[in-house]
Ligand binder design. Structure first.
Ligand code: HPA
Length: 274
């Protein structure tokens, strides 16, 4: 894997001079955040050596280098999911590459189903912790010591400082933000009412199909993470209605201005402190 990471890194460095300070994984419906990126170099995943190819509608599949609020960033427009049939090592390979490119922080976004009674459709939730219910872990297999330890600590998967900065930014801008635990399931089926109930029982606030593998790999490499989830539907007894991928994307889009503002402000806050 080290050889592939190096090969992909060399390829990307031959395409751009941007030295990204942060990596951003743009989830469902948030692809437009990338339109805010200036001095862009966009490289389709299909041209990047060793990258898998995204298959999901609404995930365009490009790596975008540029600046956001004058901070050098690299954004993944489109991510890889376990339900697409990739191994978790494949899904998380891009995160290995972003770290090799020198990012100091990783921001992620996703769409999820709310199981906390206080949540409403369209709410955004700062992820404070997660539960990995995927039937796999991206670190299974021989450990590569150069990348991180065999048994990585997970006591603070989502960086405390970044979280408190997000809370401050949200409150300064009158943005309501929930906080809670995200549980990752394989999908591609959405949950049954009994499964949503089970999620709530085990301590989840939202349920989704991504993010956790990327965060595990980022933490393996000691990369600080911040993730925000958009509640696109509710898995709350009495409020469960039929949903589709399209509806999930539509609701996620409505949260885009809030997400963009938070990510831009957070970048400025941490970049100037750096
Ligand atoms: N479950 C799983 N993934 C999701 C959901 C959901 O309810 N909503 C958006 N992504």
């Amino acid at each position: 894997m080290l050889r592939q990471i190096q090969e992909t890194k060399n390829f990307l460095n031959s395409k751009t001079t941007t030295k990204p300070f942060a990596g951003i994984v743009l989830g469902t419906g948030l692809g437009n955040l990338s339109t805010e990126i200036k001095n862009k170099t966009a490289i389709p995943y299909s041209e990047i050596p060793n990258f898998p190819i995204s298959t999901v509608e609404g995930h365009n599949g490009e790596l975008i280098f540029g600046t956001l609020n004058n901070v050098p960033v690299v954004a993944m427009q489109g991510r890889f999911h376990y339900y697409e049939g990739y191994s978790l090592q494949e899904c998380t390979f891009p995160i290995r590459v972003l770290k090799a490119l020198g990012i100091k922080n990783l921001f992620l976004s996703n769409a999820s189903g709310g199981v906390n009674d206080n949540f409403k459709i369209g709410d955004i939730m700062l992820i404070t912790d997660h539960i990995n219910l995927l039937p796999d872990n991206p670190l299974i297999g021989k450990n590569i010591t150069e990348l991180g330890p065999r048994f990585p600590d997970m006591s603070e998967p989502y960086d405390k400082t970044l979280r408190s900065q997000v809370i401050n930014i949200a409150s300064a801008n009158n943005i309501k933000i929930q906080q809670g635990v995200y549980a990752a399931l394989s999908g591609p089926t959405f949950e049954t009412p009994a499964e949503y109930k089970y999620m709530k029982t085990i301590g989840a606030d939202t349920v989704g199909m991504s993010t956790v593998p990327e965060v595990i790999v980022a933490r393996h490499m000691n990369l600080p993470c911040m993730a925000i989830s958009i509640i696109t539907d509710l898995g709350i007894e009495g409020k469960i209605v039929e949903i589709s991928h399209q509806e999930v994307q539509e609701v996620a889009k409505t949260a885009e201005p809030k997400m963009t503002l938070i990510i831009k402000e957070l970048l400025t806050t941490i970049y100037t402190k750096n």
